[in-house]
Write a protein that binds this ligand. Structure first.
Ligand SMILES: Nc1ncnc2c1ncn2[C@@H]1O[C@H](COP(=O)(O)OP(=O)(O)O)[C@@H](O)[C@H]1O
Ligand SMILES: [Mg+2]
Length: 218
């Protein structure tokens, strides 16, 4: 199955979540290819390079496909060779996102509980609608950097639920600095030490929900 971690906006957590998914799927024995499709800041490839230099196992196969056409063609070619292909696309420039949406099965859309994020959704829906007219895929919105208190999380969930094209994922990821610390070492939050039990539990719940949802598609 092909998963794209995308948004028309940067800084929402696409690369962070893609890295965690890739590592944890590989640790679960799944044959995974990670694709870094962000030509501006190849932060994902850097995290993988740090992981490789530290000799941490398992190794994570990662290729950079920062040209929209190459991304579409290569992913289509590699699809039969992997159980999961996880594509991280950059924000702002939507050509990689558009290319990924021509091949993806599921778009995972990280959204923060902030109103500025929600304004960006209209832009994004335009890209999604256009892509849906040529290739069908599902969109899973994932609340990232959820707040520990207040009503913002629930308000964001309610707003997302109003869009027919989007499915809101039940579990969410909290605002936790361990996500950045682990990424800087090329690790998932599950591998990172000292252990952050809350982050691990949240991430596992998110992964479980995403794959339970995908299982209903095939
Ligand atoms: N759940 C989270 N809690 C805390 N920081 C986060 C979380 N998710 C992402 N971040 C941080 O937000 C910043 C942007 O994340 P990144 O994954 O690079 O976003 P994108 O790929 O969408 O541009 C990074 O500094 C990252 O460590
Ligand atoms: Mg990124």
């Amino acid at each position: 199955m092909i998963f794209t971690f995308g948004h028309t906006k940067g800084g929402v957590g696409k690369s962070t979540i893609a890295l965690n998914f890739a590592i944890e799927r590989i640790r679960a024995g799944v044959d995974v290819l990670l694709v870094d499709g962000d030509h501006r800041q190849t932060s994902l490839s850097k995290a993988i390079a740090i992981r490789n230099e530290s000799g941490l196992m398992p190794a994570v196969p990662c290729i950079v496909l920062d040209d929209a056409r190459a991304l579409r063609q290569q992913v289509a070619l590699l699809r039969p060779k992997y159980q999961d292909i996880l594509i991280d696309v950059g924000g702002k420039d939507s050509s990689a996102l558009r290319a990924a949406l021509t091949v993806t099965d599921v778009l995972i859309l990280p959204v923060a509980p902030e109103s500025v994020e929600l304004w960006a959704i209209d832009d994004l829906l335009e890209v999604i609608n256009e892509a849906q007219s040529v290739h069908s895929f599902r969109v899973l919105a994932l609340l990232n950097r959820a707040k520990p208190t207040g009503r913002d999380n629930e308000e964001t969930r309610a707003l997302i639920a109003e869009y027919d094209a989007l499915t809101m994922l039940g579990p969410s990821l909290g605002q936790r600095s361990v996500f950045g610390s682990a990424f800087g070492r090329g690790q998932s939050v599950v591998e990172y030490r000292p252990t952050n039990a809350k982050a691990i539990a949240e991430f596992r719940a998110v992964m479980h929900a995403v794959f339970a949802f995908s299982a209903t598609l095939s």
